[in-house]
Design a protein around this ligand. Sequence first.
Ligand code: HEC
Length: 117
Amino acid sequence: MPLRPAFRVILLAGLACTWPLAAHAGDEKASAGRGAKMVKDMCARCHAVGLDGESTHKEAPPLRDIANRYPVDGLAEAFAEGIVVGHPDMPEFKLSPDAIADLLNYMRSLSLSSQTQ
Ligand code: HEC
């Protein structure tokens, strides 16, 4: 029997709050791999998405700089809300909790702290 819609909404809200705890260490690599593909598809036309290289859009900071500048977990909320950075060139993204987890796992893999571990 399919879940009633109202129940599904609550379930999703619960997932959004607990996803950082739910990520198992073993899944992180696969998740970061999915995140890498996402940023190539969605972000790379403006941001540099790898460990080196320049952004295509001159005002878009490389994602690795963003990952180093902010606590990556703090970005989760911004992505869940749709990123709004007050820049007309930056489209608004609405991502599912799973997609956000993948994106952030990839961002984490870019940050300096994770590279030194
Ligand atoms: C069409 C070009 C474009 C695309 C596509 C794009 N961005 Fe941006 N993004 C920008 C620009 C330009 C800025 C700088 C905005 C500013 O500083 O005012 C920016 C800023 C940001 C910031 C804020 C950085 C800061 O220091 O405040 C984040 C986070 C970000 N982008 C993440 C992403 C992610 C993740 C994706 C892919 C899902 C993405 N962007 C896709 C153009 C883009």
